[in-house]
Structure formats: structure tokens, C-alpha cells
Design a protein around this ligand. Structure first.
Ligand code: NI
Ligand code: MN
Length: 227
């Protein structure tokens, strides 16, 4: 069955259509119940941008999982594959150009943020079992209305911690624009500066967008889905 597993911060394991995907695998974050060496049988590592709390342990995971490829914006994918020692493992794309990878449709979408390598992105993963939008690090942007309209995400993973990204107020507005069936908060609690709480986010979404269900995952918890 398709699932999402949360590893704290913005790190998720996504299992759809028989593919195991890690998004932003910063598993050395203080909340993660697993470490990079625990991760096996990965097909894809997707990175939203090059900040250390997203790039995370990608290189080590790719070294340990010889069949896994890295999907990210062109410059970042190439950089990571070079670090791994095998440029052929990069699947570099660019903003708004959906890619067909392992039978999945993967689109890098705008994020309002910065990145040391390439441009910052969110990512949409479209599978036969559901469509997931991982927003990466971003402020709120009207682009989210387009992402909602075009890709119709079943699940939106949204940063809520504030300071570097949206806080619960902006993230609740993002839910209004995206209109997903399920919204899962991320990028909170890892560091003291991230003040936004999932409880406040849930309350605001319930007020403004009652058709969207907020699912709060503790690190290590899994959310199974079927749409
Ligand atoms: Ni960042
Ligand atoms: Mn971040």
C-alpha cells in the first residue's frame, strides 16, 4: 500500500507504485529515528534545494544504494551525482518541466526561497496511487494556486516553522490555494528558531478549509493512503 513516512524536518520516505523515494533526506536531523545507513532499497532521492537541511545525507544514501538516482534541478542533481562519483546517476530537470522517471511523473515547481546550487524548488510526484506535492522551503506564492489547479495534489507537505519559510498563517493560506485532500506540516521544531506549531496550523486550516484534513505525523510515523 502507498505510504508516506516522516523522518522529521522536511524528510519523507514516499512509497508509490512500488517505488521507494526519499525526499530531502536530512536524516541527521535531531528528530529523525533513523540514520542514513538504515535506508535500503531506495529507487530515487529527490532534493528540493541545496541547503544542508534538505540535501542532508543524500550523498551517503546514494553511495549505499547503488541503483538509486538523484532527481533535482539540473545543477544540483549533477553536483550530487559528482559527489557520489557517478555522473550518470543524475536526473536533472528544471522548473515546470515534468519528467517521466520510473513511470512516475515528477515536476519541479517554483519555491520562493534561495539555494546555494541551482534554484530552489518544490516537487510534485504524480503516481497511479496519488499525487504528492512537497513544497520544499518556500514562502507563500500565488504559484500554489496553479500547482493546485494543474496537478490537483491529493497530499500537500507544507513548511510551517516560520523564520525561513511560511509559518502556520501563510501555510494555512497555501492550503486554501492548493486545495489538497490532506495537508501534512513539516519544517518545524527541529531548531529553536522554528516557532510555528502543527496545532496552530491545524486549527487555522480547520477554520478556513474544512474540506482538507490535516494529518500531523511524529517523526517515525507512517501515513498510508488510497484515493
Ligand atoms: Ni532552505
Ligand atoms: Mn530548510
Amino acid at each position: 500500500m502507498a505510504y508516506l513516512k516522516y523522518y522529521g524536518h522536511s524528510a519523507f520516505e514516499v512509497y508509490v507504485d512500488g517505488k521507494k523515494i526519499l525526499v530531502d533526506p536530512f536524516l541527521s536531523n535531531p528528530l529523525s529515528p533513523v540514520k542514513a545507513n538504515d535506508i535500503k532499497d531506495v529507487d530515487l532521492v529527490i532534493l528540493t534545494h541545496g541547503h544542508g537541511d534538505h540535501l542532508g545525507d543524500a550523498v551517503e544514501i546514494l553511495k549505499n544504494n547503488k541503483n538509486a538516482k538523484v532527481v533535482a534541478i539540473f545543477e544540483l542533481a549533477n553536483h550530487v551525482a559528482e559527489q557520489v562519483g557517478d555522473p550518470s546517476r543524475a536526473i536533472g530537470g528544471n522548473m515546470g518541466g515534468p519528467m517521466i522517471v520510473d513511470g512516475l511523473k515528477i515536476a519541479l515547481v517554483p519555491a520562493v526561497h534561495s539555494s546555494p546550487i541551482g534554484a530552489p524548488t518544490g516537487v510534485v510526484i504524480k503516481s497511479s496511487e496519488g499525487t504528492i506535492y512537497h513544497a520544499g522551503d518556500t514562502g507563500i506564492t500565488m504559484d500554489m494556486a496553479l500547482i493546485g489547479e494543474i496537478y490537483k495534489p491529493d497530499i500537500a507537505l507544507l513548511p510551517i516553522g516560520g523564520h525561513f519559510t511560511m509559518d502556520p498563517v501563510e501555510a494555512a493560506k497555501a492550503v486554501e490555494l492548493i486545495k489538497p485532500k490532506v495537508a501534512i506540516p513539516m519544517h518545524y521544531k527541529t531548531f529553536p528558531v522554528l516557532y510555528g506549531t502543527p496545532e496552530e496550523f491545524k486549527k487555522l486550516v480547520e477554520e478556513k478549509t474544512p474540506d482538507t484534513k490535516v494529518v500531523i505525523l511524529n517523526p517515525g510515523e507512517t501515513f498510508e493512503f488510497k484515493f
